[in-house]
Design a protein around this ligand. Structure first.
Ligand code: NDP
Length: 296
């Protein structure tokens, strides 16, 4: 049995951790709100760790899935922090959609104790996590990725080595910027088309058989906007954070990126308007409000 720790039982962390609650792994879980980890441990017959250090103690692989890299870095600190429990030869796999700069700092800090680090953000949403079909973008040493391949295979279908530490996070952030642009621009287009007399259902049918199609037009809008269901699976606050990271990556690389910078501003405005608990697709409601038109 491989000893694994999972820290961060949020919307996506919980279904990811479930895939590790099998006889092949000895799983210890930790969550900031302890009751969630206690429930998970009781339901799946795994161990509830008292602290991050307790979770890491004896684990070969330690997986984190928190909102930001800053949260992961802070988790390392103190006598009950992650760093206190990590053992030489262990690997920290950070599935947070984080930022490359903080990840490089974490990797350097852990390397001084002989602990490996991989940034391994995921894509595919809660539904993908539930069926184990996530895309995993991995930054770090290829040999470490090879050693962790079985772990990634439990929740990932497509696991790609992107380059050195931080490149997984950079790629994920750029992907998220595309998602934001697609949601926002499709909402703008559909509101104008609705006012021009085109039923949004017809507009989507045509776009989905044409070159403007995207995951937003094929899945998100038909399932969540036209139905007005807006389920809460991925918080707008997190997309705002992601597109902010993408905008920073573009600036650091000195690539002029007016589209991505604007997407970051729009996501931040929508987040301010709709609050911390809104789903990312609810950004559409801000466009609708500005247009005075509803997409239904
Ligand atoms: P949630 O907000 O649902 O959960 C966040 C988790 O992190 C909770 O377990 C929370 O604990 C914990 N947490 C929050 N702040 C801290 C902190 N300061 N210290 C320790 N633990 C903390 O987020 P998601 O699960 O949706 O997202 C997690 C990561 O995965 C994010 O980086 C997100 O961008 C990324 N992601 C999410 C996807 C999705 O569809 N949801 C898809 C792809 C990537 P508590 O229970 O105490 O609040």
């Amino acid at each position: 049995m491989t000893a694994v720790a999972f820290l961060g039982l949020g919307a996506i962390g919980t279904p990811m951790a479930r895939h590790l609650a099998t006889p092949e792994y000895s799983l210890r879980v930790w969550n900031r709100t302890a009751a969630k980890a206690a429930d998970f441990a009781a339901t799946h017959g795994v161990t509830h760790a008292e602290s991050p250090a307790d979770a890491a103690n004896g684990a070969r692989f330690i997986i984190t899935c928190l909102p930001t890299s800053a949260d992961v870095e802070a988790l390392l600190d103190g006598p009950t922090g992650l760093e206190a429990g990590l053992q030489e030869g262990a690997t920290l796999i950070d599935c947070t959609s984080g930022d490359p700069t903080t990840s490089r700092r974490i990797a350097a800090r852990l390397a001084s104790h002989g602990v490996g680090f991989l940034d391994a953000p995921v894509s595919g949403g809660v539904a993908g996590a539930e069926i184990g079909s996530l895309t995993v973008m991995v930054g770090g040493d290829a040999a470490l990725l090879e050693r962790a391949a079985a772990i990634f295979g439990t929740f990932g279908e497509t696991v790609v080595h992107c380059g050195p530490v931080g490149t997984g996070h950079a790629l994920k952030a750029v992907n998220q910027a595309m998602l934001a642009v697609h949601i926002w621009s499709l909402a703008e287009g559909l509101t104008a088309l609705a006012r021009a007399g085109v039923d949004p259902k017809i507009a989507l049918e045509v776009i989905n058989a044409s070159s403007g199609r995207s995951n937003s037009s094929q899945n998100l809008f038909p399932q969540r906007v036209l139905t007005r269901a807006f389920p809460r699976t991925f918080r707008l606050a997190l997309l705002d954070k992601d597109v902010g990271i993408a905008a920073r990556v573009q600036r650091e690389q000195k690539v002029p990126s007016p589209m991505i910078q604007l997407a970051a501003e729009l996501m931040s405005m929508a987040h301010r308007e709709l609050g911390d608990e809104a789903d990312h697709v609810e950004a559409v409601k801000v466009v609708e409000r500005m247009a005075g038109e509803v997409i239904d």
